[in-house]
Design a binder for this molecule. Structure first.
Ligand code: AMP
Ligand code: MG
Length: 389
């Protein structure tokens, strides 16, 4: 629903250029094109001897050597071998490379004996085998990882065209919220959500703006929500449940936001709401940090990825096996903090006191995804696991 709606928003993406060193994690705005054939000539894949396969098995005269970084040599003649290093150009006339381990040097070193035959083409990368000049190496809309940085460097991209990060307003709400440099009274709570959300937004490639905390009054909310709606995305936390002072949804509605859903069958996070005003997506996430984290990951993150130019939002899940029995109350899909073993195959549920339990979140390295239609898991039963952002 979020993905479909956001795709249809007609959001205008702008691009900018960044130095290659700053490109990691950004989204490529234009395809990366091969500037020449890769490899640009026939290259050896092994240290060994370049030969004519038709001469093998046999004794060959070593005509010399070619190292990586040297230019092409004269063509190989019948009965000749050329000592060759990995990455060096294979001379014309040679159609195979024999690994040095399979070659016996004769005493005067001007000859080698090779007792086996060679397949034509073996250990040679022909020109353009990896990519041909002009072909697309990375498509636009790809989030740049380390291998993409290598590709861009290989093709000489000193500066990289990237999609400009969407600007994301973050609004925490609640009369009980105080700033993190204050000592809260027992009935108060420090504003952890704004910091967590700003971090999550940055990790999704967005540019966060944290607004002042809104008190639970319509006057306070209206002004700050209107301000937030001027950004590309608005994320509100708190004030979206059914309580008497949960005023966010009526305030947003009065400001012209249309809601596409106002509840989800996920715990934590049931009261999550999603709407749009014009081309601005608006997320109302419940205020408890556990709920905020999970619902950001499930609902807001894909929207930010799309607006940030990423062609396909993805939420990678893996499977692991319980190392201790586990049960939950069926009915809702639950995302619960867990600890994955070092090999990523086993997991243990971390006891938690509900979605306000930030210390349990901090102990977890992943979330198990308990299906809504199953109650118990035995030791060794497998379950889906979501990475912790
Ligand atoms: P709400 O969704 O407004 O009912 O808030 C639920 C609970 O989430 C509140 O009682 C707070 O304990 C907690 N909470 C709300 N906003 C924040 C925030 N910005 N940072 C940390 N905890 C919060
Ligand atoms: Mg509240």
């Amino acid at each position: 629903m979020v993905i479909q709606t956001v795709r249809s928003l007609n959001f205008e993406k702008r691009s900018e250029s960044v130095p290659l060193d700053d490109a990691y994690g950004r989204v490529l705005a234009e395809p990366a094109i091969a500037d020449r054939d890769y490899p640009a000539l026939r290259r050896s894949l092994r240290d060994g001897f370049a030969v004519k396969s038709a001469n093998l098995p046999g004794t060959l005269t070593v005509r010399g050597e070619v190292r990586a970084g040297e230019t092409e040599q004269a063509p190989l003649s019948d009965g000749e071998a050329l000592e060759i290093m990995t990455g060096a150009p294979v001379p014309d006339g040679a159609d195979a490379v024999v690994m040095v381990e399979h070659v016996e040097r004769l005493r005067d070193r001007s000859q080698v004996r090779i007792d086996r035959s060679a397949d034509p083409g073996q250990f040679i990368n022909v020109r353009g085998a990896e990519a041909q000049a002009g072909s697309i190496l990375i498509s636009a809309g790809t989030r740049i990882d380390a291998s993409h940085v290598a590709t861009l460097a290989m093709t000489g991209k000193v500066s990289v065209p990237i999609v400009r990060p969407p600007s994301v307003a973050i609004l925490a709400t609640g009369d009980e919220i105080v700033s993190i440099d204050q000592k809260p009274a027992p009935h108060q709570i420090r504003n952890s959500n704004s910091y967590m959300l700003a971090t999550l937004v940055r990790s999704t490639g967005g540019s966060p703006t944290v607004l002042p905390v809104a008190r639970d009054t319509r006057a306070a909310l209206d002004a700050l929500l209107e301000n937030g709606l001027r950004h590309d995305v608005l994320i509100v936390t708190g004030g979206v449940s059914a309580g008497k002072y949960d005023l966010v949804k009526p305030a947003l509605r009065d400001l012209g936001v249309q809601f596409h859903f106002e509840r989800v069958r996920v715990q934590p996070g049931q009261p999550t709401a999603f709407g749009t005003r014009g081309h601005v997506p608006v997320f109302g996430l419940p205020g408890n940090p556990g709920s905020t984290l999970i619902t950001y990951q499930l609902f807001a993150r894909p929207a930010l990825e799309l607006l940030g130019g990423q062609a396909e939002p993805i939420l990678p899940l893996l499977c692991a096996r319980f190392e201790a029995p586990f049960r939950h109350k069926a009915g809702l899909t639950r995302f619960l903090p867990c600890r994955l073993s070092a090999d990523g195959q086993g997991l243990r549920h971390i006891p938690w006191q509900g979605s306000s339990d930030v210390p349990a979140l901090a102990k977890a390295n992943a979330f198990l995804v308990a299906d809504h239609d199953r109650e118990t898991w035995d030791v060794g039963d497998s379950i889906r696991v979501m990475f912790k952002p």
